[in-house]
Design a protein around this ligand. Structure first.
Ligand code: UDX
Length: 433
């Protein structure tokens, strides 16, 4: 099938490459010519494990191309909209400018037999609005949310837990079943639904995940007040199959380009719909999450005897999570910048996100290696749990520090081996010794 993918960011680039991998002819459209040039050369403009291989394989077959000219997608039958929906700068609601621009760009190429498929995360009601807009062309609209995680994008696209098709016509369901035929044949379940449910599956899934993380972080606050240990508590809770162990890792909380803005946009939309009370609890979820960042800053300042001015703080991690170079709403950089604002010299290392961090946080210092960041530092903060930090030799790092104090804000290090190597070990939600 001849497919276009509009928007080639984390979602769109992955979707385009994976659709070509499934055997379709795919054109990726993006307004940014630099991104188009990189992708056309087989270079992924961001860090996503495994995507470069799929991209190059797809380019080599001749089934995948990228363009910034909307005319190049004129003969595509299916158009996937994969653009970003960030938080508005003036409110917690979603900014739909890119979605609107994508629909605008597609309009001249829509007609009977054409299907516009939304994948972007949008406020419920958006699909119906777009359907009304394109009605005159004879084209149809479907909503097919994606659930991919950065760092696992290829796997999540080719082996998703489920496929959700929000459609109005049986023929559109049939087209989507054809697009995803190899996945469906391999056993991926399909749920066919109306637009509103399809849109809601995505935002409520993210709201639930955010809630699970903030729940365990709220328990961490209680542990801090009582001497309890959140890591053991979390392990015990996760053994109950009704609860499950995933997304119960207490620490610095959630960040990134999805969970924080999605729960805020969901609350804003609920307000517009007159059901704001139903989602009032998400305000607490957001607050608990942001409190963890402040708590990490407070622990660091305490480790610096109450005054960060002129002290050296080593920070391991800048990305919002490991296996990503994404620093959007990164808890790690939030903490690093707050300590810088308190007067500390903050030296950051990250295996993949240094360039993105440097662009957005130019006032912070950056070290070429994890060990170099610890040189003469008064405290070390582990803020993103990259494997390289978890596996680091605590003795080697201790030798470089002025004061070997570590704050494990992701509960990722082994307290015993770090203490044995001479470190004062502190963590979020765990007793000090
Ligand atoms: C998320 C959803 O998981 C995905 O389904 C959706 O399509 C997009 O949003 P992503 O933003 O890539 O994906 O990251 P995710 O792995 O969900 O992690 C989000 C944040 O939560 C990270 O900052 C991570 O460090 C944090 N997290 C995750 C925790 O603090 N504790 C956990 O137990 C799990």
């Amino acid at each position: 099938m001849r497919i276009s993918v509009v928007g080639t960011g984390y979602l769109g680039a992955t979707h385009a490459a994976c659709m070509a991998e499934l055997g379709h002819d795919v054109v990726g459209l993006d307004a940014d010519p630099a991104k188009v040039a990189l992708l056309s050369r087989g270079e992924v403009p961001f860090w996503e494990p495994g995507l470069d291989e799929v991209l190059r394989r797809a380019l080599a077959t001749g089934r995948l191309s990228f363009t910034s000219d909307p005319a190049d997608i004129a003969d595509c039958v299916i158009h996937f909209v994969c653009v970003g929906t960030p938080q508005r700068s003036d409110s917690p609601a979603a900014d739909l400018a890119q979605v609107n621009a994508a629909v605008e760009a597609l309009l001249p190429h829509l007609g009977p037999g054409r299907l516009l498929v939304g994948k972007s995360t949008v406020p419920v009601g958006t699909a119906a609005g777009i359907a009304q807009l394109v009605q005159g062309t004879g084209a149809h609209v479907a909503w097919n949310p994606e659930f991919l995680r950065e760092g696992h994008a290829v796997e999540d696209t080719l082996r998703p837990d489920r496929l959700v098709f929000g459609v109005r016509e049986a023929e559109d369901e049939a087209i989507l079943r054809q697009v995803y035929a190899p996945l469906i044949e391999s056993g991926v379940p399909v749920l066919v639904t109306d637009y509103a449910t399809a849109e809601l599956v995505k935002v409520s899934a993210n709201a639930f995940l955010a809630t699970k993380i903030s729940f365990i972080n709220a328990m961490a606050e209680v542990c801090e007040a009582t001497g309890g240990d959140i890591v053991t508590l979390s392990a015990a809770l996760g053994m109950d199959p009704r609860i499950g162990p995933q997304f119960l890792r207490a620490g610095l909380g959630f960040g990134g380009g999805c969970l924080p803005k999605d729960i805020r946009a969901f609350m804003a939309r609920a307000g517009e719909l007159g059901v704001d009370e139903a989602l009032m609890f998400l305000r607490d979820i957001d607050d608990i999450n942001l409190r963890r960042r402040q708590h990490a800053v407070d622990l660091a300042v305490t480790a610096l005897d109450g005054d960060a001015a002129g002290r050296i703080v080593a920070v391991w991690g800048a990305a919002f999570k490991p296996e990503s170079d994404d620093v959007r709403d990164s808890p790690a950089l939030h903490v690093a910048q707050a300590l810088h604002d308190s007067g500390a010299r903050v030296v950051v290392h990250d295996p993949r996100a240094m360039a993105n961090a440097q662009r957005l946080f130019p006032a912070l210092a950056y070290a070429p290696s994890a060990l170099a960041a610890t040189e003469d530092a008064d405290v070390l903060l582990l803020l993103t749990e990259w494997r390289e930090y978890v596996d680091a030799d605590p003795a080697e790092a201790a030798a470089r520090m002025r004061h070997p104090v570590v704050i494990d804000a992701r509960n990722a290090l082994d307290p015993q081996s770090w203490r044995r190597a001479g470190w004062a070990y502190r963590a979020l939600g765990r007793p000090a010794s």
